[in-house]
Design a protein around this ligand. Structure first.
Ligand code: AAO
Length: 461
């Protein structure tokens, strides 16, 4: 079973896209642990190419050179320190691992860890891999053909043969090293481009975590309907990314009436126990990976509503995106003159970051919903109320959530909660809500101010 994230039942991870290991360690200690985040998806940790044209794009990290833990985010020593410091405060690390392929055809040179490589000749001495470890070249141009998707070259990236025993052992060795260091699981990049049976064979070579249990796996499988490969082929291997939910959430924020059906199994969406869900990811927020019309930090008001709804809802295992600001889709993380990644600075109010880091995971209507989702885990929605501009529901008898995008919301609603005074989590108790003896509460919300209210039994009072 690869579905346990090993974080004591917590429910939300955050992708700290392109952050340095030193900054992630600090963020675990000063913030994530206190807010109840389960863990962090980190950018690829292994050695990668350095692309000069365009200058050092973010996507160079998706072209591996070796499995040495030396990347743009830091050294092996810094990685090891981060994993143990985060783990010590109850925050787990999930590594984005690229095992489908190595660097793109035509690229040669030296990687971030000093290893030489030559993709044209399929030579990666840092592993080592040679030609026999790769599938013969064919271009992937038809997603309607599952054989092509698995055996051909995704955007000309040298495609490893995961049916080869030496390749399987090399990959398992890489993951087992990470497990030994205290990593709790993996995002499997381009999982759709590998055969499920090969992933199973690799998983069977993996160690248990030092504290016991199988590593957590969530696989990147883009299935938006319309292609033969379905997310469900991969659920025996763990969680899978559910990209249709990004579309559902965007549509639903435009028309609250549709959020009630946000999980429409008629679309063939992944069952809740295997769906890794998010409002946007590092690809689709910049038009990669089948992008589209999605909500991102560039549309903050609607984005806050979408992430808050996702965290209040009872579907899937949730991931919050934490971005850097960008004006073109290749642009790498904020950097110094030598292209080294800049430090993350924290704004004085703690609710955002500087140096070009957006830190959506610190925005109050996102950050404070983490405690809500943790508190209501295992319950379902009830007392559902929706108009085109207002929405509210309870989660069992443990919590109540409301949001508005229509100016002033002023409604008395059934909360399903015991009588008493409750604190609004979003405003850190600046708003109080009274639930009367029959479970009703008067909900007042100004959408321009703080469009979300959430409170829980056993929360701050
Ligand atoms: C770079 C250059 C390339 C160059 C290559 C090699 O950009 O020009 O050839 O280097 O030198 C990232 C970047 C790439 C970059 C790569 C390597 O995004 O631009 O290439 O690093 O540096 C597919 C895969 C999915 C993948 C996604 C980007 O299935 O796995 O493409 N995502 C992951 C990572 C991503 C990374 C890689 C994989 C590679 O998250 O950051 O790439 O490690 C359809 C398919 C999808 C497919 C998309 C995009 O989407 O379904 O499977 O994703 O197309 O090709 C409708 C459909 C929707 C469809 C869409 C577009 O919306 O509903 O399903 O239309 O047709």
């Amino acid at each position: 079973d690869y579905t346990d994230p090993h974080c004591g039942g917590k429910q939300v991870i955050v992708h700290l896209f392109e952050w340095k290991w030193t900054d992630i360690a600090l963020e675990c200690e000063r913030y994530l642990s206190k807010k109840g985040y389960c863990g962090v998806q980190v950018s690829p940790a292994n050695e990668h190419v350095m692309v000069t044209s365009p200058p050092r794009p973010w996507w160079e990290r998706y072209q591996p050179v070796s499995y040495k833990l030396h990347s743009r985010s830091g050294t092996e020593a810094e990685f090891t320190d981060m994993v143990s410091r985060c783990k010590a405060v109850g925050v787990r690390i999930y590594v984005d691992v690229i095992i489908n392929h190595m660097a793109g055809l035509g690229r040669t040179g030296t990687g971030t860890g000093g290893s030489s490589f030559d993709s044209t000749n399929y030579n990666f001495p840092g592993v080592p891999y040679v030609r026999e470890h790769f599938n013969p070249y064919c271009k992937l141009n038809n997603y309607g053909d599952p054989n092509q998707v698995r055996n051909c070259y995704l955007v000309d990236l040298t495609d490893l043969d995961q049916g080869n025993e030496y390749v399987r052992n090399s990959i398992a060795g890489f993951l087992n090293k990470l497990t030994d260091l205290g990593v709790a699981g993996y995002r499997l990049d381009a999982a759709k481009h590998m055969w499920p049976r090969d992933l199973t064979a690799i998983q069977q070579k993996l160690k248990d975590l030092p504290e016991g249990g199988r590593p957590f796996f969530f696989m990147e499988v883009i299935d938006q309907g319309g292609e033969p490969i379905k997310t469900q082929e991969y659920t025996p291997n763990g969680y899978v990314t559910e990209f249709r939910y990004c579309i559902k959430l965007r549509e639903g924020i435009n028309d609250f009436g549709r959020l009630g059906q946000a999980v429409d199994y008629g679309w063939g969406m992944t069952d809740s126990g295997h769906a890794l869900v998010f409002v946007d990811n590092h690809d689709n927020q910049r038009g990669h990976g089948g992008g589209g019309d999605l909500l991102t930090h560039k549309n903050p008001q609607n984005y806050k509503l979408a992430v808050a709804f996702m965290l209040a809802n009872d579907y899937g295992f949730t991931r919050v995106m934490s971005s850097f600001s960008f004006s073109n889709s290749d642009q790498g993380p904020p950097h110094n003159g030598d292209f080294s990644t800049m430090d993350v600075t924290i704004n004085a109010d703690g609710k955002g970051c500087g140096n070009g880091w957006v830190c959506e995971h610190r925005w109050p209507s996102i950050a404070n919903m983490v405690a809500f989702r943790n508190a209501v885990a295992g319950t379902t929605k009830g007392n559902y109320y929706a108009t085109n501009g207002e929405l509210a529901f309870s989660r069992g008898n443990k919590g109540f959530f409301a949001m508005s995008k229509s100016g002033q919301m002023d409604k008395t609603l059934q909360t399903g909660l015991p009588a008493g005074q409750y604190c609004d989590l979003i405003t850190d108790c600046a708003r109080k809500i009274t639930v009367d003896g029959s479970g009703n509460a008067h909900i007042v919300l100004n959408s321009n101010d703080n469009p979300v209210v959430a409170f829980i039994v056993g929360g701050p009072t």
